[in-house]
Design a protein around this ligand. Structure first.
Ligand SMILES: Cc1cc2nc3c(=O)[nH]c(=O)nc-3n(C[C@H](O)[C@H](O)[C@H](O)COP(=O)(O)OP(=O)(O)OC[C@H]3O[C@@H](n4cnc5c(N)ncnc54)[C@H](O)[C@@H]3O)c2cc1C
Length: 466
C-alpha cells in the first residue's frame, strides 16, 4: 500500500512529536518544514562558549514518565533522551531571601499554624477529586477554592504563584480540575526534571527519529500558505513560492496563526472564527541566562517569592509598574541538573519570571527595567552572584514573539477557565478537510511542553484510527 504524504509546519514539540510517531508507523511519508534554523520552537537550545542555552527557561513536569517520554517509548527509542530528576535536593522556595524547603521547613515562612493546617486540607481536597469530576471542577478557580480554606496573603503568594508556574496564568484563572490532574500526576510520577543536552534535545530526538524512519526535515524553510481547494487541504506553499502537494497537512504553528495567516479566514464559518478569536494566550515571561565562572550553589531548582502581597502586585502589573525586585522568579540551576550543560568548573543558571499581561507596545526601556528587576531578585537569591558572572543573556517575550509568534507567550492558548477540557481549541480543523492542528494550543492536558506532546499523541491516535 502506498504511504500517505504528510506535511508538517513547525518543529516544536507538537510538530516534531507527531512527525516522529507518524514516520515510525510506516503508513506515512513525513516531510517537516521549520522556518527557524533551530529545531524545537520554544523548546530549542543552542550553544555559546561551551554553555548549552535554552531559548526558554524550563523544568519538565514528568520527564520520561510523561507525554514527552511516551512519544519516545512509542517510537521504540526511550533512551534517545537522558533525563535528570530535580529531586535531590528537592526544589527550594526562597521566600524574601530565606531558603525554605517545603513542606518540612514551612514554619520558616512564618505562617500561623491554623493556616498551615488549612493549606494541607486544601491540598487533600484537591488531590482527592475523582477524575470523572475534573471537567465540573474546571469551572472553579484555584484562588476561589483556596479562599474557602484560608485568606492569608502569604499562603496565596507562595501557593498561588506555584499554581501559576504550572500554567503561567493567575491563580484566579486557574481551573481546579486541570490543576488537580497535573498535581496528582507529578506527585505520583516523582519525575520532575530536565533533559541532558538542554530542552532542545527532546525535539532533536524526535527529528532524528523522523529521519531514521525515512522522513525529511527542512530547517530555515518558512511556509507561506496552506493550499485549500474545495474545502480540502492539498499541500503547502513555501516562502520561495514552491508548492508541495500532500494528502494531510498538520500545522504546529498554533490554531490562531494557522487559521488567520496560513489558511485564511475566508475558509471558516463565522461561528468558528468567533470562538477562535476569543481564546487567550498564557502570560509572557522574560529570562536571564547566567554564565558563572565557578559553581555558587548546590541547588537544582529555586522558586523565589519576593513579597506576599500578590493582590497589590497584580494591580501594579496591570498598571505596567515594574517593581525594584521581581517578586516571582523560577531559577533552575541548569548545570547542576545536567553537568554537561557548561564547561567544567563553571555554572549555568537560567531564571525566568515576571509573568505579566504585557503592555500593548513594550519598548526597550520597559525591558531594561524588567532586566534590572530580575537581576535584583537574583542578587537576593544568591548574594554575591555579581562577582562570578561571566556574561548574561536577557531574552524577552518580544524575541520569543519574533521567533515563534503568538505574542511571545509561554505555553500557548492558556489553560484558563473556559479554555480547558472539551473547551480546548480544535485538533481536527472544523472547516478544512485533511488539515490538523498539533501544538500546545490543541493539547488537552499537561504542563507546558507536555501539553504539546499530548496534542501529538492524540492526533497520532486519531489518524491511526481512520
Ligand atoms: C520562557 C518559557 C518558559 C517555559 N517554561 C516551560 C517549562 O518550565 N516547562 C515546560 O514544559 N514548558 C515550558 N514552556 C512552554 C513550552 O516551551 C511550550 O508550551 C511548548 O514548547 C510549545 O510547543 P508547540 O508544539 O506548541 O510549538 P512551538 O514551540 O510554538 O513551535 C512552533 C514551531 O512552528 C514554527 N512555525 C510557525 N509558523 C511557521 C511557518 N509559517 N513555517 C514554518 N515553521 C513555522 C515555529 O518557528 C516554531 O518552531 C516555556 C516556554 C517559554 C517561552
Amino acid at each position: 500500500m502506498s504511504k500517505k504524504k504528510v506535511v508538517i509546519i513547525g518543529s516544536g514539540i507538537g510538530g516534531s512529536g507527531v512527525g516522529a510517531l507518524l514516520a515510525h508507523s510506516g503508513a506515512y511519508e513525513v516531510s517537516l518544514y521549520e522556518r527557524n534554523k533551530l529545531i524545537g520552537g520554544r523548546f530549542a537550545s543552542y550553544e555559546k562558549e561551551g554553555f548549552k542555552i535554552d531559548i526558554g527557561c524550563h523544568l519538565i513536569a514528568n520527564c520520561d514518565k510523561g507525554a514527552l517520554g511516551q512519544i519516545l517509548r512509542l517510537v521504540g527509542r526511550p533512551d534517545w533522551v537522558e533525563w535528570h530528576y530535580a529531586l535531590k535536593p528537592e526544589p527550594c522556595i526562597n521566600f524574601k531571601g530565606k531558603r525554605v524547603r517545603f513542606p518540612e521547613e514551612i514554619d520558616a515562612i512564618g505562617l500561623p499554624p491554623e493556616d498551615v493546617s488549612k493549606l494541607m486540607e486544601f491540598y487533600t481536597r484537591v488531590l482527592s477529586i475523582p477524575e470523572a469530576e475534573y471537567d465540573a471542577w474546571d469551572r472553579r478557580s484555584v484562588f476561589s477554592l483556596m479562599q474557602e480554606y484560608t485568606k492569608n496573603e502569604t499562603v496565596r503568594a507562595v501557593f498561588g504563584l506555584l499554581s501559576a508556574i504550572f500554567f503561567v496564568i493567575s491563580d484566579q484563572d486557574t481551573p481546579v480540575g486541570e490543576y488537580a490532574l497535573c498535581s496528582k500526576q507529578m506527585l505520583m510520577n516523582q519525575s520532575t526534571g530536565y533533559p541532558a543536552g538542554g530542552t532542545g534535545s527532546v525535539p532533536e530526538a524526535y527529528v532524528r527519529s523522523i529521519k531514521t524512519d525515512g522522513g525529511q526535515v527542512f530547517l530555515s524553510t518558512p511556509i507561506k500558505q496552506v493550499v485549500v481547494e474545495n474545502g480540502e487541504a492539498k499541500g503547502i506553499i513555501l516562502e520561495t513560492g514552491q508548492k508541495i502537494e500532500a494528502d494531510i497537512v498538520i500545522s504546529n504553528a498554533g490554531n490562531q496563526p494557522t487559521v488567520n495567516f496560513l489558511v485564511g479566514r475566508k475558509h471558516y464559518r463565522p461561528e468558528v472564527l468567533e470562538r477562535l478569536d476569543k481564546y487567550q494566550y498564557s502570560y509572557c515571561t522574560s529570562m536571564m541566562k547566567i554564565a558563572l565562572d565557578q559553581p555558587i550553589t548546590d541547588e537544582l531548582m529555586v522558586m523565589f517569592i519576593g513579597r506576599d502581597d500578590l493582590s497589590v502586585w497584580e494591580k501594579e502589573n496591570q498598571a505596567g509598574i515594574i517593581p525594584e525586585v521581581l517578586p516571582g522568579v523560577m531559577a533552575p540551576v541548569i548545570s547542576n541538573l545536567d553537568p554537561k550543560a557548561c564547561p567544567a568548573g563553571r555554572q549555568l543558571i537560567i531564571a525566568g519570571g515576571g509573568m505579566h499581561p504585557m503592555p500593548e507596545k513594550p519598548d526597550n526601556k520597559f525591558f531594561k527595567k524588567l532586566e534590572a528587576s530580575m537581576y535584583n531578585a537574583l542578587k537576593i537569591i544568591y548574594p554575591g552572584i555579581e562577582k562570578h558572572i561571566m556574561w548574561t543573556i536577557f531574552t524577552t517575550s518580544r524575541e520569543i514573539d519574533n521567533l515563534f509568534g503568538e505574542d511571545g507567550n509561554v505555553v500557548g492558548i492558556a489553560q484558563k477557565i473556559g479554555q480547558v477540557g472539551p473547551d480546548r481549541p480544535f485538533l481536527t480543523d472544523p472547516c478544512v478537510k485533511n488539515l490538523y492542528h498539533c501544538s500546545a494550543d490543541s493539547g488537552r492536558h499537561g504542563i507546558g511542553g507536555e501539553l504539546a506532546a499530548d496534542s501529538a499523541l492524540r492526533l497520532f491516535e486519531l489518524l491511526e484510527s481512520k
